[in-house]
Design a protein around this ligand. Structure first.
Ligand code: MOS
Length: 717
């Protein structure tokens, strides 16, 4: 297979295979794994024949356009739908007075059109169903909503008196941790860093907007959806509507990105289902507009982080204190796990981490690529750079000096920690040794040039509950079935490679089926757990097939298996690591920052498909530089909504913002992680990227920007 140009495989320089004794995973022999296959769905996508949620061919679809609240908090007094109903082509207008009753309000985000309460500006308060999108949109404008407005509060400040400690933070981590006496150790430290870092509200911006097409043919509800998990959409929507799980089918073969924002159902799923109930037998289509995505698709909470580091003069950490303030919606809690990576990155006898939340009249924050690690490692890795400056130490050397022998929090041995190798290999390839340790030393034609480094990390997750079925067909091919998702990451291709190795057959002999609840249960494409969890189920099913039917099964032979229990083995602290190196040029007159070079070096276990993996890594790095330099949702406190709710105002990195980006990886097989020897790679690329940019900007200019994004005004002030 061809290697895409620019990919550097590490097989030449540092092959490594950790001597896992009896690894839990019973490692697979790689043949198909490791090949840089092009995406199997690539041609269909290029030619427009791969149906995205909106594009499934259905007879006489109707179209939905929502009416959104114009207040941030209050009650609906009255809704007048008469003018909307008289528009030609309008089939129905549904409101909280006329929509079907839902069965469960366990998830308040999904409690759609059930009451007169308004929790945030942009909430769905009605929906028009019409024969055309244009009629629906026009009629939605004619719906008159009369509100009883209440005082709203959307201001995040660290000084708020009503901050509270959630019971746990996202993914179930403890809210607070403490080891030793961090305050006392900080007070007496020889060298100190004490800084506040802030990150703004950020929005996932997948190319395909969130879309649901719903068809109610009693007793079955079919949803053509754009989702990271067909099975969780099915179970959640069924529960919310009071249907049996078997009554709901979710179909999602191709997805145009998600980054976490499609990891759980949102209000649009339920709104579209409610509309479908109103027009039995007729599919109802609803694709969010880009502006609507800034209200109802989740976002990354803004954070205010105080980071304190205490160290000896030679740069050995004695105290790490990370205090996080962030927000949640008042109607449903989401607590980003921002301080969690601080618990494992560096050695220190004394350490404290803490999360506090402000409950505000805003939409619910949710998952965005590496929730927790992304904002938390921005603060932590800039703080480490500040400490390196304070100690007069090279920032790579400072990190190496504080490498913990075991997981500082749990005391467990590391499964595969290769941070130091990533830092050293990256430094070598990036030309780090030529760097002048002092800031503001290089310039060229009015541009200040500097470089920065930051570490990266992401946990190895394997989720329980996926099942794969494999059937040998009369055509000599194996049909591999699992309800997995391909967000555009390459699942169609990589799961086929894994199945081929698990079955010991050529790639052409595997026929994969994913993206449908008719297929066996699959867990979410989230937490970078997809390939690990689904791949393990496929390996287990293949082994079961061989055990029962041998190497030459008869047509019709079939086997099925789940991700096995040993996937949950927690003997080791298992995480991926990486190092991000960045060079920037900063215009001395205008403060414009141009990223000229970026290198990510990652340790993530076996790389199943180098071409697709590289795309994941550099995609994450691009999102990270976008966070560093561009992305910021600005909430108008008077009205409670995001003012810059489109791509004119909410800037994401475009091609012109991205110069020379490269990602490489250690040649590694992680026998402790999965039978493939792999760990997930979807999220680690973003982690640390923004800190590396900020550190490079400091090195170029001598100015320490602790408040993202790094815009010219901050450099000029
Ligand atoms: Mo990712 S934010 O876990 O989909």
């Amino acid at each position: 297979m061809n290697q895409p140009s620019g990919t550097i495989l590490e097989g030449d320089s540092r092959p490594r295979r950790d001597e896992a004794q009896e690894g839990p995973s019973n490692l697979l022999e790689p043949h198909a794994m490791g090949m840089s296959l092009a995406r199997m769905d690539g041609a269909a996508k290029i030619m427009g024949t791969a149906p995205y949620a909106f594009e499934h061919r259905l007879k006489t679809p109707a179209y939905l356009h929502p009416v959104q609240s114009t207040i941030a908090r209050g009650r609906i007094r009255n809704i007048d739908t008469r003018a909307a109903e008289s528009v030609a082509g309008v089939i129905a207008v549904i409101t909280h007075e006329t929509a079907s009753r839902l069965a469960s309000d366990e998830n308040k985000e999904l409690w759609v059109l059930q009451s007169d309460e308004v929790h945030f500006r942009g909430q769905f308060v009605a929906a028009v169903i019409a024969d055309t999108l244009e009629a629906a949109r026009h009629a939605a404008d004619l719906v008159r909503v009369d509100y009883h407005t209440m005082q709203h509060d959307v201001t995040l400040r660290a000084e708020r008196g009503d901050l509270y400690a959630p019971k746990a933070v996202n993914a179930g981590y403890p809210t607070d941790t403490e080891q030793g006496d961090a305050e006392a150790a900080f007070a007496t430290a020889e060298v100190k860093v004490d800084s506040i870092y802030t990150t703004p509200m950020e929005h996932n911006s997948p190319m395909e907007p969130h879309t649901t097409v719903a068809l109610w043919e009693a007793p079955t509800l079919t949803l053509f959806d754009s989702t990271q998990s067909v099975h969780s959409v099915r179970s959640t929507v069924a529960k919310t509507l009071g249907l049996e799980v078997a009554q709901v089918r979710v179909v999602s073969p191709y997805v145009g990105g998600g980054f976490g924002s499609k990891g759980e159902p949102h209000a649009h799923n339920v709104l579209t289902a409610l509309a479908a109930l109103r027009v039995p037998g007729r599919p109802v289509k609803f694709a969010l507009t880009r502006q609507q995505m800034f209200c109802v698709a989740g976002y990354r909470t803004p954070t205010i982080q105080r980071f304190r580091l205490g160290a000896t003069r030679d740069g050995r950490l004695t105290s790490i204190i990370h205090d996080v303030v962030e927000l949640t919606s008042r109607f449903r809690e989401f607590a980003e796990q921002t301080a969690v990576p601080t618990r494992l990155m560096y050695a220190s006898a004394n350490r404290r981490t803490r999360h506090r939340l402000a409950a505000l009249d805003l939409p619910k924050p949710s998952w965005m690529r590496a929730p927790g690690e992304t904002p938390g490692m921005f603060a932590g890795e800039v703080a480490m750079d500040e400490l390196a400056v304070a100690c007069g130490l090279d920032p790579v050397e400072l990190r190496v000096r504080n490498e913990p022998e075991r997981d500082p929090e749990s005391g467990k041995p590391w499964g595969n920690r290769h941070l130091v190798e990533c830092l050293r290999e990256g430094a070598r390839r990036f030309g780090w040794s030529r760097r002048d340790p002092k800031p503001r030393q290089r310039s060229e034609a009015g541009w200040l040039i500097g470089s920065g480094v930051a570490s990266s990390t992401y946990p190895r997750y394997v989720l329980m509950g996926s099942r794969a079925t494999i059937r040998f067909g009369s055509d000599g091919r194996y049909v591999v079935r699992i309800g997995a998702a391909d967000l555009g990451t390459g699942t169609w291709t990589t799961l086929t490679q894994i199945a081929a190795d698990a079955l010991g057959c050529p790639i052409e002999a595997v026929k994969l089926e994913i993206g449908d609840t008719e297929l066996p249960n699959a867990t979410v494409a989230g937490g970078s757990s997809g390939i690990s969890s689904w791949g393990w189920a496929i390996v287990a099913a293949a082994r079961e097939l061989r055990r029962r039917h041998g190497a030459r099964p008869s047509p019709g032979a079939e086997a099925s298996a789940e991700t096995p229990k040993e996937a949950g083995d927690e003997t080791y602290a298992q995480h991926s690591f990486g190092a991000q190196f960045v060079e920037v040029r900063v215009n001395a007159e205008t403060g414009e920052v141009r990223l000229s070079r970026m290198l990510g070096v990652f340790s993530a276990g076996r790389i199943i498909n180098p071409r697709l993996a590289r795309s994941q890594f550099i995609g994450g790095m691009t999102m990270g530089l976008s966070m560093a330099l561009h992305e910021e949702a600005v909430v108008d406190e008077r009205f409670g909504h995001v003012i810059n709710h489109d791509f004119a105002g909410y800037h994401i990195a475009a091609h012109a913002d991205v110069a020379s980006l490269d990602a490489i990886w250690l040649d590694e097989v992680d026998e402790r992680s999965t039978p493939m020897g792999s760990r997930g790679i979807g999220e680690i690329g973003i982690v640390g990227a923004a800190a590396a940019v900020a550190n490079a900007v400091y090195h170029a200019t001598g100015k320490r920007i602790r408040d993202l994004p790094i815009t010219p005004d901050k450099l000029l002030s």
